[in-house]
Design a protein around this ligand. Sequence first.
Ligand code: PLP
Length: 416
Amino acid sequence: MQGKLRAMEIATPGHVNRLAARTQRLRASTIREILKVTQQPDVISFAGGLPAPELFPRKDLAEAAARILADPVDGSNSLQYSVTEGHPPLRAWVAKRLHEVWGVEVAPDDVLVTGGSQQGLDLIGKVFLNPGDTVVLENPSYLGTIQAWDAYEAEYLTVETDALGMVPEALERTLRTTSVPPKLVYLVPNFGNPTGVTLAQERREAIVRICERYDVPLVEDDPYGELRYEGRHLTPLIAYPSAGTIIYLGTNSKICAPGLRVAWMVCRDGAVRERIVPAKQAADLHTNTFCQFLFTEYAKDGATFAAHVESIRDCYRQRRNAMSEALHAFMPSDVRFNEPGGGLFFWATVERPNIDTEALLHEVAEKQRVAFVPGRAFFPHHDVKNAMRLNFSNMPPERIREGVERLAQGLRAYPA
Ligand SMILES: Cc1ncc(COP(=O)(O)O)c(C=O)c1O
């Protein structure tokens, strides 16, 4: 028994010591543990960021898969190792779509296919960040980016962000006053995760010019741009000619099927691409060949693809409206929320001195059987406790209404 105890005493610290220092910040979040409970069927969960599964184009994808596999050349090539940069017809499709939808001029060679935009974020961290390097983020910001760059031991500088997105003057002030220039500026320009906020048109070029002037590469992460429910598209940052480096991330995840893990990184700066490609090669050799063929074959029929994206917009617009109406109808008067013009999320804040939405989540998950993501994790310095992110894409309007009513009950019952 003594021998066994001794072995355990030695084993635990030894094991931890062998891990790289950078893993210190890689910890399973306690929220994830709570959210596991919320997967029970009687819980209405606004927590995930999941697309509506009933909208996945299963039939069209099945037909596309059958066509690929029946073809002797494509059938074999789609199951073979492939090039790291990505399936050439997919790179050409991305360049064409960026031009058609967004008016952006890029060459297929500027496009690199990635296994989700999440891999793009990781690769950017891998090639740009040394331990202790600073990165400028919106406040709050996408949790997945914080997680990806935590692994490279980044430090975060946050810039004031209001209802119109990142404030250019605040960005300029930050870049002017830091002693060591940050390595990257990162933002989600359209219907951001978690806030649903869109960077105003009049701020876009200003941000590009500031990054250009201070020579800081800009990462424009745009998974939600196509999910606009009213009005016209705004100009992507990468559309402005600039002497600086702009890296644009796009993905099929929200306009087709996230399980395919097909996304793209667009960067005109050849020196950066030259480093990203071997970094990706080291990670996975290349993105899943079959899924690249599949998405390309499915999306090449422009009319079918356009109709599909339109049907997603119609469905999510209704769900967004249902959540807006329910928030107005049921929420106590100390809850503030935005009206997102697209994307997947509402962002709500509770104006009560002692509110802690992580504690609130515990309460409402257990008693009212409803869930959301507490806002704290999205703030790089984890210093805000009164916010919550509410997803509306993943359930029908009646359930959204019911869930918001339950959440409002929980909030009323929560100690003031
Ligand atoms: C802002 C943002 N960036 C990147 C991602 C990752 O997307 P993908 O599914 O392409 O990896 C997400 C996913 O929700 C996101 O919200």
